[in-house]
Structures are given as structure tokens and as C-alpha cells.
Ligand binder design. Sequence first.
Ligand SMILES: [Zn+2]
Length: 157
Amino acid sequence: MSCHSIGMGLNEVVRMVITLYDKGDISMDTTKKLLATCSQAVYWCDGHEYEALDYIRRCRCGKCLRLIPKGERLYSLYDTYEMFHIFRDERLGSDGLCEECFDALIPKYCQDGETLQTVKDMIIKNYEDEPARYMSQGEPPKSNNGFEWARSVDWFD
Ligand SMILES: [Zn+2]
């Protein structure tokens, strides 16, 4: 049976990492290293990377780290075929990519007749009944994977 607690705990860290990035306290490169560490740290238990990255993966690009406006496209690498290694090769912070970054990265990973357009068409077709799945929610979730956030560490502010 898989573990949900470790991803939720690390998602608390992800929320703080992004808060520090937005305040200008840490660089983009440091932010991505911390995010990637949080997503991989779930394997200290049988956890899930998507739960550790829940705070950012449906609203922020994993490459440029921009907050993507609601309704703009935000493709998940998990929806691409055999492209899990892009996450590591491109040193991304999360699996969600804005359209601009997706367009810039995907062509060099296409194989066997795939093109950027066929990959996009496949993702859009997969979610034709639920197009919100490849669109940004525009803001971070108000909960931690559906649960109330733990007490914040606001005494550092
Ligand atoms: Zn981007």
C-alpha cells in the first residue's frame, strides 16, 4: 500500500520553497534543486511525486517557474509517452510545462514519427471530456492534496 503522508509533508516544503522564491530569497536554480529533491524524497517511503509537487504542478511552469494564468495551457510531462527522463535531463522543478516551454523542449525528444503537434493532439484528445486537466488553475491549491495545511511557520516572517 502506498504512502500519502510523505508527499503531503514534502508538499509543505514545496509551498515554502516557492514562497521564498517569490520573495526573491532564493534563485531559480536553487528553487528547482529543492523542488526536485522534494519530489524524489518521496521514495524514502512508497510515496507519489505528484503529491509532493501538488502546490505547483497545476498552476506553475516547471521550467520558467512562472505562475500561469487560469485557463492557459499547462501540459504535464506525465501525459507524454516515454518522456519521464525530460524531467531530469532538463533539470525541471515540476512536470507541468507552460505552452512556451513545452514547445521549446518537446521537439528534441520526439521519436518514431512524433512531432510537437502530434504530442499535443494526443494530450488534448486524452482529456477531451476534461480539458481543465491540461490547463492551469491559475493559483495554487487552497489545501494540501485535499487536506488542511499544517500550521505555518510564520514566526520567521
Ligand atoms: Zn514555462
